[in-house]
Structures are given as C-alpha cells and as structure tokens.
Design a protein around this ligand. Structure first.
Ligand code: ADP
Ligand code: ASP
Ligand code: MG
Length: 406
C-alpha cells in the first residue's frame, strides 16, 4: 500500500465528463488499496478569465484582491471533484488552502509555501477518506488568501506530497510526459522516460510549463518522486530523477521557449559606478524579477544603454518604477518591446561538452534569425529573438541537436 498525491491540471478538469474521468482514476488507486490525496487546478481557461477581469479594471491592481479573485477557480473544481468522487462511491472531502492550512509568505500573486500542516489530512486518509485540495493557493501571514504564481498547482501537489510523506506525486496533465520540447509545436519531439531534476528545473525556469519551476525545486529538496503522466491515456509517463539514475546522458536534454517575455532598454544612463544598482535596486524592491541583462559599451564614455528582459506581466510595474526613479537614475528614455521570445537549450552534458552555444548561434543564423540578447549558465544557453520566429527556431534547434524522433 502506498500513499499517493494525484494532481490534475486545468484541461483534466475542464468539464463534468473530465471531472468524472478524474474521479474514476482516483477510485482505481483507492481500490488498489492506496491512500490518496488529490490536488486540482481550475477548469481550463478559468484562471485566464479571472486574471483578465482584474486587468480589465486596473493594470496595476492590488495584489491581495487579485489573489481573492484568481483563487476561486480551484475552489470550484475541488468541490466538484469531491462530489464526483462521492457519486462514484468514494469517501471524499474538499479542502481550500486556508482550511488545511497551506501557510505561505506574504508575496501576493507569487507566494511561496512555508509549511503545510498535514496531520488532519493524514488522519482522514488513514480512515479511508480522499482529501481534494485546491491547488495554487494558500494563506499568508496576514490571514488573507495568497496564490503561488501561474502553474502553481504543481507546487501545491509536491509540497503536499512532502508534508504527507507520500511515496509518489503523480502530475496528471494533457500530455503523456516530459518531452524534448513542447510536443504541441514540434511534432518530432520525443518523450523522455526519465529527466534529471536539474534539467527539469532549468527547462521549467525558461518556459517549459509542463511543471512549475518551484515544484521541481521543492521535489529536489524534499526528495519527492515526481511523475508526469496523461489524464486521458494509460501509458507510462516521465519520471523526474537524480542525474546518476540516467544512463545515457544527452548533451542537450531539451529545448524550451517562453513568449511571456518583454525587453526593456533604458537609454543614455550615465556610465559610472552605481548605475546598475540604481536601475535594478528599485525594480527588485518592487518585486520585479529581471532575467537577462546587457550593458552596452558606451560610445562617448559618458552615457550608455542598459537592456534587460522581464516577465511581460511585470512590464507596467517596471515602467512605473523606472519613471518614478528617473531623476535619481538619470536616463533619457525607456523603450519596451513585448514582441520577443526567449529560446533556451538545456542539458547537464553541457558541463563537459564545448560548442553547444555555437551550434545554437549557427543554426539561428542559417535561418536568418537575429539574436537580440544572449545569456548562459552551466547547463543552459538562452537567446532572445523576435516572437514571430519562435516555432521556426525551436524546430530548427531540435533537429540541429539531434533530438528529432525517428
Ligand atoms: P496543466 O493544466 O495540466 O497544468 P499545463 O498547460 O500547465 O498543463 O502544462 C502542460 C503543457 O506543457 C503541455 O500541453 C505542453 O504544451 C506544454 N509543454 C511545454 N514544454 C513541454 C515539454 N518539454 N514536455 C511536455 N509538455 C510541454
Ligand atoms: N489555475 C492556475 C493557473 O492557471 C494554477 C495551475 O493551473 O496550476 O495558473
Ligand atoms: Mg500547469
């Protein structure tokens, strides 16, 4: 007998038939003698709608009220899933974040889970009940509802698995595993039976939304066995494992893209010590995460341009912060471009193989794709390109690194 956390994403609970399908899957595990806790996302499209409503009223809306609104999607599916389970003869009860409770920090809109009190849920699971927990949400130090950032139900599931000391955390979604790249844009993408935590972490952080980055980080830290598998097909999924469990290590494990980026150039900032701190300090204080950064060589020795990327959703806030600090920083203007995409290649094999970045640059050059910004880490190379070239770039790179399925 095992203790399992089963997490179902938005498309897996998109309508009543799919919720019945989820209940049937859960029932199967219960009947096999396992203790099961379920984590659910909002129905497909619901969170987007809720976010759009907040933005429609105010682009710079209050983050506490944003959380009050967007957390509602999961409340609906948790209740409906519990009803579907009860209807199929399984004892089940829904739980919202605050009821468990799932305690988070106070960073509304992108909160981190501090701790989960799992005792009551464990007691009920032992008694044969299935808790159905809302993903994506918790309760902050101010006793208000918080949300964990988009895709956060994965993190809820892994954190719950750790708190409940579960043997497994199964992430059910609309693809049957982790692929070498998004199978929706590259038909030749290959399913990976196993992927290393570090590779999955890096892929997630650069845009492979199959798992939220923080969920992988937590799984790695808490030693949670995570499996990604299909809600719709009974086929083996992908396991996220330690690097040494992978026998044949590819130089490049996968390719990811993100269209949620924006590029900002701060023009004609003074070229002297303290300017980077002057630009990025206030942004950090406002909770804006900056990703790639380039500072151009100053042409006249007195001023220079500073270019960086950030999440597109943070653009209005970044503009506001920069405008407020214009006199202190001393720049001439801020130019933003949201028509960009970040393409990244990831693999632990890069540590020992040279030439990975060069293959990327050459491949993009052959397709006539201009690279705007470059950044690298030990196991990753990322480039920023025009958004219209996203699919072309990912497909070309997938072939260039020999990842195409036969
Ligand atoms: P859920 O709603 O179940 O959480 P998501 O939409 O968040 O599902 O994540 C699953 C999606 O991730 C897939 O439909 C796929 O388009 C996308 N994806 C991106 N990169 C990958 C990858 N490398 N492997 C598998 N899926 C990926
Ligand atoms: N419903 C939330 C979102 O769409 C959380 C999740 O699906 O993981 O981001
Ligand atoms: Mg998701």
């Amino acid at each position: 007998m095992a203790r399992i956390v089963m997490k179902f994403g938005g498309t897996s609970v998109a309508d009543l038939d799919r919720i019945r399908n989820v209940a049937a899957r859960v029932k199967r595990e219960v009947e096999a003698g396992h203790q099961v806790a379920v984590v659910v996302s909002a129905m497909a499209g619901v969170t987007n709608q809720l976010v759009a409503w907040c933005q429609g009223l105010s682009p710079l809306h209050d983050a506490r009220e944003y959380d009050a609104v967007v957390a509602t999607g999961e409340q609906v599916t948790a209740g409906l899933t519990a009803i579907a389970l009860q209807e199929s003869g399984v004892d089940a009860r829904s739980w919202q974040g605050w009821q468990v409770p799932v305690r988070t920090d106070g960073a509304h809109g992108k909160a981190r889970i501090d701790r989960i009190d799992g005792e009551e849920l464990i007691r009920r699971m032992r008694a044969g009940q299935v808790p159905v927990v809302t993903g994506f949400q918790g309760i902050g130090p101010d006793n208000r509802i918080t949300t964990l950032g988009r895709g956060g139900s994965d993190t809820s599931a892994v954190a719950l698995a750790a708190a409940l000391k579960a043997d497994r955390c199964d992430i059910y979604t609309d693809v049957d595993g982790v692929y070498t790249t998004d199978p929706r844009i590259v038909a030749k993408a290959r399913k990976l039976d196993k992927i290393a935590y570090e590779e999955m972490l890096e892929l997630a952080s650069v845009g492979a939304k199959v798992l939220q980055t923080r969920s992988v980080e937590l799984a790695m830290k808490e030693r949670v066995r995570v499996q990604v598998l299909s809600s719709f097909q009974d086929v083996p999924g992908s396991l996220v494992v330690d690097e040494d469990e992978i026998v044949e290590k590819a130089v490049v494990a996968g390719i990811a893209y993100s269209r949620d980026e924006a590029k900002v150039t701060v023009r004609r900032v003074p070229d002297r010590p303290g300017v980077a701190a002057g630009v990025f300090g206030p942004l950090a204080a406002a909770g804006v995460n900056v990703d790639m950064i380039v500072q151009n060589v100053s042409a006249d020795g007195t001023t220079t341009d500073m270019t960086f990327t950030l999440g597109r959703a943070d653009l209005p806030r970044a503009r506001k912060v920069l405008d407020e600090n214009r006199d202190a920083i001393g720049f001439s203007e801020v130019v933003a471009d949201a028509d960009v995409a970040k393409i990244s290649v990831v693999g632990v094999g890069m540590r020992s193989h040279a030439g990975v970045a060069n293959t990327m640059f050459r491949t993009l050059a052959e397709k006539g794709i201009n690279i705007q910004v470059i950044s690298t880490s030990e196991i990753k190379v990322s480039v920023l390109i025009g958004a219209e070239y996203t699919e072309l770039a990912v497909r070309a790179l997938h072939s260039a690194y020999g990842l195409d399925a036969a």
